[in-house]
Structures are given as C-alpha cells and as structure tokens.
Design a protein. Structure first.
Length: 317
C-alpha cells in the first residue's frame, strides 16, 4: 500500500531540555499530516542550512535567505547537514483553545553530533521542515480489534515511539503493560517524571535499571523482567499477547529470542543509519527472512517496524 508523505513546514512551539543530552521538541503540524501519522512512524527532520544560517544572520525575507544559501552552498554542504535526521513521532495530540485546534507532534531527541545539536537550539517560533509520516507503524489496530493483551518493551531512547503508541491504545480502550529499562544517563532529572508518565500510560509499569539502583527499580535488564512476567503465564495467555518493542539492537535481539522461546507474537522498531528516509538510496537495508527465503529490506519503507520472526540480526550485535 502506498502511503502519502508530506514535505511540510512546521512551527516550533516549545523546546524543553530534559537534561544536558536530551530534549523534547514540540511543533505545530498541518491537520492533514497529523491525521496520517501512526505510532512507530518517523519524520525526516531538516536540520540543515537554514537553521545554521538563521542562527548567525538576520534575513529580511525568505528570498534573501534562499539567495544566501545558493551562494554559499559549497560551504554549507561541507557542514554535513544536507541529510535530514530520522526521528520518531514521540507523541501526536491536539490542543484546543476555544474553537481553535492546534495539531501537535512531539519529538524526544538525544543530542549526538551536529544535526541533533542544531535541533536542540531551536526556539519558539522557528520554522522546521519535515518529511512525514514515514515508514510502517506498529500493528496495534489488530491488537485492539482482537482484544489482545499488549506488552510494551522499551530500552532507553526506545521509549520515543512508545508514548504515541500507548496513547493510541488507550484511546481505543486497551491499557498496555510497560517494561522499561534504562541506564543512568537517560534518567538524570527525568526518572521521576518518566515513572509518573509511564504509569499514566499503562495498567502496570515495570522498570529495570542496571546502573541506577533505587528501591522502585529492579536491578537488571528489561529483558530479565520480561522473562519473569512471561514465565508465569499459561499457554492460553501467551497466545493472546502482542509485544511491541523498541530500543538498542542488542536489547531487541534478546527480546526477539524471548518471543521465539515463549512463542509470542512480537513486533519491533529497528534503527539503521538513513540518508533519504523514503526508499530511494538503499542505505538502510537489513537482512530479513520469510521461511527459507532471505532478503534485504529497507528499514525506512518496509520498516522500521518488523515482526521479530522476520529479522536476521548480525551475529556480533
Ligand atoms: C527510524 C528512526 C527513528 C529514530 N528516532 C529517534 C528519536 O526518536 N530520537 C532520537 O534521539 N534519535 C532517533 N533516531 C536516531 C537519530 O536519527 C540519530 O541519532 C541522528 O540522525 C544523529 O544525527 P547527528 O547529526 O546528531 O549525528 P551524525 O552522526 O553526525 O549524523 C550523520 C548522518 O548519519 C545519520 N545517522 C547517524 N546516526 C544515526 C542513527 N542512529 N540512525 C539513523 N541515522 C543516523 C544521520 O541521519 C546523518 O545523516 C532514529 C533513527 C531512526 C533510523
Ligand atoms: S534511507 Fe534511503 S532507502 Fe532507506
């Protein structure tokens, strides 16, 4: 099925620093983009010339800015910011003020290098161009329709697409159980808020941390607490479960093995380095299988969400 992708201008409404390395970007999007977005999908965010240029100079109007970019394109290209950055839709919701409705996307972003660093400097009122929504979403609608039990398994930044997913499930009358694991750097100034947020999104939340030991967290990996939960369930209950997972590749690999061991349906969102984000460059392929048939698929188009049975993980990850 071909999906509509929009190349669209958004307006930054807020940029909230969670701690030194993480921030939440809140942008206003057009209604038509908002309505197409599903949990698990992502946006390709432009963090290029325009932001860098605007930061350093004032321009009277867009044509003056466009002219500046044209004249300085070589220099700007060197700054490696031509490619957009893929970021999950962390949340999508409407804000109402009287009769006025604003459609919102939120992005939860970790500062890594140049692109994400630039995004962290955006301010209220800045324009931000995005391509969205991209990729295949989580198959949560089937879970809702068939009244299945949903378990969410997230690690660190893997929480990014999960908030949108939980909100959609709740909107449709399903409260998931969340298993969340994190390391200390993610949690600074954030874990108490996060715990409250996750509680509001679930019927039960289990949190594990192997670095930050507090009474409320289980000391260990998120996959340990997942196994503790699954091993207590009957075959009938296991057959009625869908796991949705997102996190670092080593964690996903273990979650896939657990899903196989307990024969539980499991979908997971993969992360690969991306260039175009819409299927043209083949830069993001991963190895997949369907029975004995192995083939490469593009994470940006056929993913980022795959059934765990499909994925062939590299042996060293
Ligand atoms: C589907 C998807 C969803 C993602 N969602 C989020 C999210 O919600 N929040 C978040 O903080 N991060 C997310 N990431 C990772 C994020 O895209 C990278 O951290 C970011 O692109 C790094 O850009 P940079 O300029 O800071 O780093 P650089 O290393 O300078 O980036 C250089 C180039 O490599 C690409 N690149 C580098 N690391 C990654 C990566 N891990 N994945 C894909 N491309 C990469 C960049 O897009 C850019 O083109 C997601 C990645 C994918 C594939
Ligand atoms: S990033 Fe270009 S094909 Fe996926």
């Amino acid at each position: 099925m071909r999906r509509r992708i929009y190349n669209t201008e958004t307006r930054v409404l807020d940029n909230i620093a969670i701690n030194e390395d993480y921030f939440k970007l809140k942008v206003r999007v057009e209604k038509k983009v908002f309505e197409k977005a599903q949990p698990g999908q992502f946006a390709q965010i432009q963090c290029s010339q325009e932001i860098e240029v605007r930061k350093n100079r004032k321009f009277e109007d867009h044509s003056e800015l466009a002219n500046y970019i044209r004249l300085n394109i070589d220099k700007l290209n060197e700054s490696q910011l031509i490619l957009r950055r893929p970021i999950c839709i962390h949340n999508a919701y409407k804000e109402k003020d009287g009769r006025k409705v604003t459609h919102i996307f939120e992005f939860l972003i970790r500062k890594k290098r140049k692109g994400t660093e630039l995004l962290s400097k955006l301010k209220h009122g800045d324009n931000l161009n995005i391509l969205a929504p991209l990729g295949n979403p989580f198959g949560y609608k089937k879970s809702v329709d068939e009244g299945r039990e949903v378990l969410i398994v997230a690690g660190g930044m893997g929480i990014a697409p999960i908030v949108f997913l939980c909100n959609k499930l709740i909107e449709n009358g399903v409260r998931p159980t969340i298993f969340f694991g994190f390391e200390e750097d993610f949690s600074i100034n954030y874990h108490s808020t996060m715990r409250k947020d996750l509680r509001a999104l679930s019927k039960k939340v289990h949190i594990a941390s192997n670095t930050l030991v507090e009474d409320v967290f289980v000391n260990g990996f998120v996959t340990d607490i997942l196994v503790d939960h699954l091993k207590k369930l009957s075959r009938k209950k296991l057959d009625a479960i869908d796991i949705f997972s997102c996190g670092p590749t080593p964690m996903l690999k273990v979650v896939a093995a657990i899903a196989e061991q307990y024969d539980v349906n499991c979908e997971m969102s993969l992360e690969e380095r991306m260039a175009c984000g819409f299927g043209a460059c083949m830069g993001c392929v991963c190895k997949t299988k369907n029975n004995d048939d192995e083939k490469y698929k593009r994470v940006c188009v056929e993913g980022p969400v795959f059934n765990s049975k499909e994925i062939i993980f590299a042996t060293q990850s």
